[in-house]
Design a protein around this ligand. Structure first.
Ligand SMILES: Nc1ncnc2c1ncn2[C@@H]1O[C@H](COP(=O)(O)OP(=O)(O)OP(=O)(O)O)[C@@H](O)[C@H]1O
Length: 583
C-alpha cells in the first residue's frame, strides 16, 4: 500500500492531464456503447417504417458517436502516453539523482546488472502503472455509472441487473485473477532482475568464461533462469486467458438475463419493443470497459514489485553525507599550511569490520610530491578513496586546506583532486569527448595542451579522425600505455590543485612504464602530487616516500635515506632488483 501511494504521488504533478485523459477515455467508451446501441435502435425503428424525420436525430447521433469515438480514442492515447513518458523521464532522473550520492560506498553490494535492471527495466515497468492500472479503473467506474443510468431509464430492475453483472465482471473476476496471480508479478520482476544481472556478468566476463571452460555452466544457469521466467509468464498468460473467458461468459449471461427480463416488460407495454436491440447492445458494448481491468491487477503487481525494488535502492541513506551548511572551498592555499592532511586516520570499509588504515598521519604541502609505497593490500588505494570522499574516515581527521574535508560540499571537495588510477574508465566515445569529461567547457587550446603534455599528440595524429576518432568499448582501439596517456590528459585538463596517481603504470610493460614515468616526472614539477605504487621506479624524484604496511606507515623519508635503512623499503628494493635480474 505504501508503494502504491508513493507511486500515486508521482502522478500528482500531472493531475490536470490525468483528468483530461480519463475524461477522454470515458468519452471514447461511452461513444462506443452509444454508437452500437443507437445503431441497433435506428435499425429496429426503421423496420417499423416510421416518418424519416423521426429518425433524423438518432442517425445524426450515430454519425456523431462514430466520429467522437475515433477522435476521443486518438486524443486519449496522445494525452495518456504524454503523461506516461513525462512520468518516466521524471522517475529516471530522480532515481539517477538519488543514485549518485550512493556511489561507490553504498552500491558495492549490488551487481551492476541488478542496478541496470532497476534503472532501466524497473523504471520502464512503471509506465504501466498509470496506463494499465490506474486509468482503466477510473474509466470502468465512470462507465459502470453510465450503464446503470441507461438501463435504469427503462426500468430500475434492468439497471440493477446490468450493474450486478458489471460488478461481478469488474470486481469479482479481477479479485479472482488477482488471487490466482498473487506473488507472480513480484516473482517475474525478481527472476528477470536475476537473469539480467547474470547476462551482464556473462558478457563482461565472456573471455574468462571461455578461457577457463566455464561457458557451458554459465549457459546452464542462464537457461535455468530463462525457464523459470517462462514458467511465470506461462502461468500469467493462463490466468489472462481464464479472465478473458470468464469475462465473455459473464457478458453473454448478462445479455441473456437482460433479454429474459426485458421481453416480458415489452409484452406488458412497459418498454417499447423498438428498444430491445438497444438494450442488448448496451450491455455487450459496456463490457468493453472491463476488458483491461483484470489485466490491471497483474500489471499492478508488476508495477508495485518494480516500485519496491527502485525505492529500496533510492531509500538507502548515503554513507557519505553532505553537511547542511557547508564551508566554501578556498581557491588556493591561504598560508603555509598543508593542502591535504591525514591526522591519526583509522578506517574500516564496514562498520565494526577490521581496520584497513590504523592511525595514518601525513601531510602534503603545495608543490610537494609524495610517494606511497607498500605491498598489495596494505591500504594505499584506500587513502585515495578517502581523499576524494568516496568513503569518510572512521576515526581521526582528514583535512583539506586546513579544514575537515567533510565540511566542504562533496562535489567541491572532489574537484580539488584529479585522480588517475590503473583502471581509468574509458567511455565508448571519441578521444576528444573522453578527455573533455574532466572539463567539458575547456577551450580547444587547453585540450590540445593537455594532449601534448600527456604525450598523446603522436598517437592522436596516427588516428584516422584525430581527436574525433571513436575508440571503442573501454578504449579498445588504444594500447594500454595510450589509454593511460589519455587518462593522464583527462587528469591534466581538470587541472585540480592535487594530482592523485594510483598505480598509473601497474598494467604497463617496463619500457612503456619508463616512458610514461618520464612524462609524469616532467608534469609533476611544480604540482602537488601523491603517487601510489608498489613498483619502486624513479623514487629519487619524490620529496617524501611513505612506506605503508598493513594500514600503518612503517617508514618515511627520501629514497637515499630509506634505501640505506634496514626495513621494508630496502627489502622491496632488493626483491625488485632480484626480479629484474631474473628477467
Ligand atoms: N570496497 C571495499 N570493501 C571492503 N574491503 C575493501 C574494499 N576495497 C579494499 N578493501 C580491502 O582493504 C584492504 C586495502 O585495500 P587497498 O586497495 O587500499 O590496498 P592497496 O595497498 O591499494 O592494494 P593494491 O596495491 O593491490 O592495489 C584490502 O584488504 C582490501 O581487501
Amino acid at each position: 500500500m505504501k508503494t502504491f501511494l508513493r507511486l500515486l504521488s508521482y502522478l500528482l504533478p500531472f493531475s490536470g492531464l490525468i483528468v483530461v485523459a480519463i475524461f477522454l477515455g470515458s468519452v471514447m467508451i461511452a461513444s462506443n456503447v452509444l454508437l452500437l446501441a443507437l445503431a441497433a435502435y435506428v435499425i429496429s425503428a426503421a423496420a417499423l417504417q416510421p416518418l424519416l424525420l423521426t429518425l433524423t436525430l438518432p442517425i445524426y447521433m450515430v454519425r456523431f458517436m462514430g466520429v467522437s469515438r475515433a477522435v476521443s480514442r486518438y486524443a486519449e492515447r496522445l494525452v495518456s502516453h504524454d503523461i506516461t513518458f513525462r512520468l518516466l523521464a521524471q522517475l529516471r532522473t530522480k532515481v539517477y539523482a538519488r543514485l549518485e550520492p550512493l556511489v561507490p560506498a553504498n552500491l558495492l553490494g549490488y551487481r551492476s546488472g541488478d542496478i541496470l535492471t532497476r534503472l532501466v527495466a524497473d523504471v520502464d515497468e512503471l509506465q504501466n502503472f498509470y496506463l494499465r492500472s490506474v486509468s482503466p479503473f477510473v474509466v470502468a467506474i465512470v462507465l459502470g455509472g453510465l450503464t446503470y443510468a441507461l438501463f435504469a431509464l427503462f426500468s430500475p430492475l434492468l439497471g440493477w441487473i446490468a450493474l450486478s453483472f458489471y460488478l461481478v465482471a469488474g470486481v469479482g473476476i479481477p479479485l479472482l485473477t488477482g488471487l490466482l496471480s498473487r506473488g507472480l508479478g513480484r516473482r517475474q520482476i525478481s527472476v528477470r532482475a536475476d537473469l539480467n544481472a547474470l547476462v551482464v556478468d556473462s558478457i563482461q566476463g565472456i573471455q574468462d568464461l571461455l578461457a577457463f571452460g566455464g561457458a557451458s555452466a554459465q549457459l546452464g544457469k542462464l537457461t535455468g533462469l530463462d525457464q523459470q521466467l517462462s514458467q511465470v509468464q506461462k502461468r500469467m498468460a493462463n490466468i489472462t486467458g481464464l479472465q478473458q473467458a470468464l469475462n465473455v461468459l459473464l457478458m453473454n449471461l448478462g445479455l441473456w438475463t437482460i433479454l429474459l427480463v426485458a421481453i416480458p416488460l415489452i409484452g406488458a407495454q412497459s418498454i417499447s419493443g423498438v428498444y430491445l436491440a438497444f438494450l442488448a447492445l448496451v450491455i455487450l458494448a459496456s463490457f468493453e470497459a472491463l476488458q483491461p481491468i483484470a489485466q490491471a491487477f497483474q500489471t499492478l503487481g508488476h508495477s508495485l514489485a518494480a516500485g519496491e525494488r527502485i525505492f529500496a535502492l533510492t531509500d538507502e541513506a548515503p554513507l557519505v553525507l553532505e553537511r547542511a551548511d557547508p564551508l566554501v572551498l578556498p581557491g588556493k592555499l591561504a598560508s603555509e599550511g598543508p593542502l591535504l592532511e591525514f591526522e591519526q586516520v583509522h578506517f574500516a570499509y564496514e562498520a565494526g569490520g577490521s581496520e584497513v588504515l590504523k592511525g595514518i598521519s601525513f601531510a602534503v604541502h603545495g608543490g610537494q610530491r609524495i610517494a606511497i609505497v607498500g605491498p598489495s593490500g596494505s591500504g594505499k588505494s584506500t587513502l585515495v578513496n578517502l581523499a576524494v570522499r568516496f568513503w569518510d574516515v572512521s576515526w581521526g581527521t582528514l583535512r583539506l586546506y586546513g579544514e575537515d574535508i567533510r565540511n566542504y560540499p562533496l562535489q567541491e571537495a572532489r574537484a580539488a583532486s584529479s585522480v588517475m588510477s590503473q583502471d581509468t574508465y574509458i567511455f565508448n566515445n571519441t578521444v576528444c569527448n573522453n578527455i573533455l569529461l574532466a572539463r567539458p567547457d575547456a577551450s580547444e587550446q587547453e585540450l590540445e595542451q593537455a594532449v601534448i603534455q600527456a604525450g598523446l599528440a603522436a598517437v592522436v595524429s596516427q588516428l584516422p579522425e584525430g581527436l574525433d576518432t571513436w575508440i571503442g568499448e573501454q578504449g579498445l582501439r588504444l594500447s594500454g600505455g595510450e589509454r593511460q596517456r589519455l587518462a593522464l590528459a583527462r587528469a591534466l585538463l581538470k587541472d585540480a590543485p592535487l594530482l592523485l596517481l594510483d598505480e598509473p603504470t601497474a598494467n604497463l610493460d617496463p619500457l612503456t612504464e619508463r616512458a610514461f614515468l618520464d612524462t609524469l616526472d616532467e608534469l609533476m614539477h611544480g604540482r602537488t602530487a601523491i603517487m601510489i605504487t608498489h613498483r619502486l621506479v624513479a623514487m629519487e624524484h619524490f620529496d617524501e616516500i611513505l612506506v605503508v604496511e598493513q594500514g600503518e606507515i612503517r617508514q618515511r623519508g627520501v629514497h637515499t635515506q630509506l634505501a640505506r635503512e634496514d626495513g621494508l623499503y630496502r627489502r622491496m628494493l632488493e626483491q625488485q632488483n632480484d626480479l629484474l635480474l631474473l628477467v
